[in-house]
Design a protein around this ligand. Structure first.
Ligand code: B1M
Length: 218
């Protein structure tokens, strides 16, 4: 099987919500020596994106969405150690507080961004999903973070990215941190409007962006 066939099977496994198959294929990609980032971007991400479209079109329902999400997450868990093994740079080039904002339980994209950032040498404190506004700020202070990263997947929760920034401003500590926002409904314009430092469109871009933000900080 070549890598494109494998990516197609990953896509199919996510669409079928077949967690076991999804995991088996992730293991296969490791055996084949494929880059785990490429595997995620070319196999699993297109699968979960398609599931979103089918859901929007009324062809898929919540159980299918959940099964597809579980299949994607299980595959990423298998690939995580591989990502860590491929660390490109010296460990801890900066500390990042990462989470999905309050009211939002979507955590696949956020986890992907966290994994790629730690693979690139950042220390990532991943607060999980549905993270209260104050928690981002407390943890950023506690860990003397360089960057605060906030993910949001719902148009109703993206406003909580803005709330964190406003709260930092109120406390007079906005300039202590670089702020990166992301998630499917987030645009560069939105990032700009709410006063974030960057709004990368993908996990790969988030790594480039975080490295850039670290340079700006010095
Ligand atoms: Co939900 N969901 N969901 N969902 N879900 C969306 C987001 C939706 C667009 C589906 C749709 O209608 N087409 C829609 C939002 C509509 C809107 O707001 N306009 C939606 C909805 C409505 C809901 C519920 C409200 C459904 C309901 O209950 N009626 C509910 C919300 C619950 C809540 O949060 N309070 C809900 C629930 C769920 C599940 C639990 C079933 C499941 C999530 C499971 C989980 O995450 N553990 C789920 C899923 C899987 C999706 C879709 C299908 C896929 C999301 C995903 O994981 N994508 C999604 C449709 C879609 O986006 N196509 C949908 C893959 C992931 C890799 O992409 O997260 O975009 P993404 O991350 C990318 C980039 O955005 C970027 O990098 C990542 C990789 O390149 N990125 C960052 C992300 N965060 C970043 C942060 C950064 C930088 C880059 O810096 C900090």
């Amino acid at each position: 099987m070549d890598k494109n066939e494998l990516y197609q099977k990953m896509y199919d496994a996510v669409l079928a919500g077949d967690k076991e198959k999804s995991v088996e294929l992730a293991k296969e990609s490791i055996k084949m020596g494929l880059d785990p980032r490429q595997t995620i971007e070319n196999g699993y991400t297109p699968g979960i994106d398609k599931v979103g479209d089918l859901w929007e079109e009324g062809e898929y329902f919540l159980p299918e969405l959940v099964m597809a999400a579980e299949s994607t997450k299980a595959a990423i868990e298998v690939l995580k150690p591989e990502l860590a093994r491929k660390k490109e740079t010296t460990p801890n080039i900066g500390t990042v507080i990462m989470g999905t904002v309050e009211g939002d339980i979507h955590d696949i994209g956020k986890t992907l961004v966290s994994s790629l950032l730690s693979a690139a040498g950042f220390k990532v404190i991943d607060l999980g999903a549905d993270v209260p506004t104050d928690k981002f700020i407390e943890e950023a202070k506690k860990h003397k973070a360089d960057i605060i990263g906030m993910s949001a997947l719902l148009t109703t929760t993206m406003v909580n990215q803005k709330k964190v920034i406003e709260k930092l401003k109120e406390e007079g500590i906005r300039d202590r941190f670089r702020i990166m926002v992301g998630g499917a409904p987030v645009s560069r314009k939105w990032g700009n409007d709410i006063g974030a430092d960057d709004a990368p469109m993908s996990a790969m871009e988030a790594v480039k962006s975080a490295k850039g933000l670290m340079k700006e900080k010095v």
